[in-house]
Ligand binder design. Sequence first.
Ligand code: FEO
Ligand code: CA
Ligand code: CA
Ligand code: CA
Length: 680
Amino acid sequence: MSQKDYATLAALPENAGLTLGELYERSEDIPSNPTANPTMGDILNARLGRRAALRGMLATAAAAAVVPPFAAPARAQSVAAGLPGARFVFDEIAHGVDERHHVSPGYDADIVIRWGDPLFADSPAFDPERQTGAAQARQFGYNCDYVGLAPMPGATDTARAALMCVNHEYTSPEIMFRGVSNPATGRVDATKMTKDMVDVEMAAHGTTIVEIVKGANGKWTYVRGGRHNRRIDINTPMRVSGPAAGHDRLKTSADPTGRAVSGTINNCAGGMTPWGTYLTAEENFHGYFGGRLAEGSRETVNHRRYGVPGGWYNWASYYDRFDLAKEPNEPNRHGWIVEIDPYDPNSTPIKRTAMGRFKHEGAETIVARDGRVVAYSGDDERFEYAFKFVTAGRYNAQDRRANMNLLDEGTLYVAKFNADGSGEWLPLVHGQGPLTAANGFASQADVLIEARRAGDVLGATKMDRPEDFEPNKRTGKVYLALTNNNQRTAAQVEASNPRAENNWGHLIEVTETGDDHTATTFRWEMLVRCGNPANPAQQALYNPATTANGWFACPDNMAIDPQGRLWVGTDQGTAWRAASGTADGIYALETEGALRGTSRMFFRVPVGAEICGMNFTSDGRAMTVAVQHPATDGARDYAPFGRHPTFDDMPTRWPDFQANMPARPSVVIITKRDGGVIGG
Ligand code: FEO
Ligand code: CA
Ligand code: CA
Ligand code: CA
């Protein structure tokens, strides 16, 4: 998008007063699904009439409920470590918001690596006043999100050392650079974003692989110059594989083969495969494109369906490939799952097109009973879908190399959640059902490039922003975080998305038929409806053992620890004040027994940040957390600050708290002071 076009976008009345970061957050909320495939509510309404539909829905809700709805929260003092029957044993922290992070008593949360920290022996020291693209390419990137851990070569676990794989989702130029945002409006003035600044932004995206080790004192540090350390960014050469590789719709002037993409963007969550590769999920790729698509372009419908061009950044002003007028196919080269081998710093990352193109939140895998590998992935936008990919081949635990292209062949499915608690996985296979040339799908490549539209014509269930979708390897259950959807109307309410104006989100537990992850049918239950249980208007649903500090809003990332327990991280975005009034946090959520649906707060981030990158070492004694975009989201609603953040004026300078150092997105590692397991 040209600078002029960018200014036009920022001037839209509905974007008034939004910073770039806020525009970014909002963009995850843009309803992009204009299609008419009905919601389950529509179907029920049509078939049964409105009142009967409501009765059916309530019956379903009652059947799925684990505890009475609208339960009053328990008193805070009851949470002291050791609720009878609890699988989690720790002292809960209180809701709140301030300039620091907070963790449960008896634990330490230590900063391990920050934006700008040097990764290599020759990396320049971080200087926020004189940052360059070249320096940034040798340093830890911005806005860390997913964190994966792989054993060091020769080791079988991650208890003492690991290769840490970190996504860098996006950049927050308003606080990265001096003088680019208007303090009155908080808006970034694109005309002030120089090419040098854009080069910093581009190098600050992508991923980092860095060695981390546990010292004799029990503390974790990163290894500068570690043999496996690597930065991957928007300019790293990548290969495209799978059914869409080499397709005309992936060809550009820089790559007439359609098989060689430069880099990865908007890497949100991800997953580690059983064979030790790192999957990084390209989420809001649309935000990087500008310019105007030629009239009558083949890609008009496709790009509109994905919100391309998003125009959040002015990269198109300096780099033609982000300008749709010049490179209409470049967006088709993003929105994939990228597989990276962290054990070979010279390996070429591979975009696996068989897994479909959408705004992938993550890609968490599990080996099914018959050895096939299943990857679950949400498409994070309002009214979008939940997917899974089942490989054709089987995992070979004896031969790593035999697994390296497993993700190139298989079946992508999209979820349909029925009101009676059943569900179906609908295959995205060209030639089956409506996925034919008559509907604009000439090949499997078309189906995968336009996976959203394939989901539309298959009649998949439109969800309240599917974020993390994670299988529990201990129990076989699969958890889906729906973060929120304030645009769902009463008429669009359905059993699996049961609230209109859902500002708080919910968590669904999926049980595959026969506990077989390759199954094409499943059962589902509502685990919790988020929000404040003490406010009946919100219709939140938790186990009543949950305290006034234990409930949460806007679940996003999840992690399952080595004991098989579920941890939930929140991302309320700029709406944190209205959603909960507390900073984002990590919550321990009981999933089994009488306490199922009980949640307790374990950690919270400083003002403006969200929780990302929760993961555990194999012994459960260390937990990673990526603290993303501190000092930005909703700073105006943080009373002690109450204005738009800029490079010179921000509500927190976490984690350094030095006047000349901006807030820095960082990875934190939580350990227990007695060396014990996180969460007891
Ligand atoms: Fe990047 Fe859906 O969170
Ligand atoms: Ca996320
Ligand atoms: Ca996760
Ligand atoms: Ca999010």
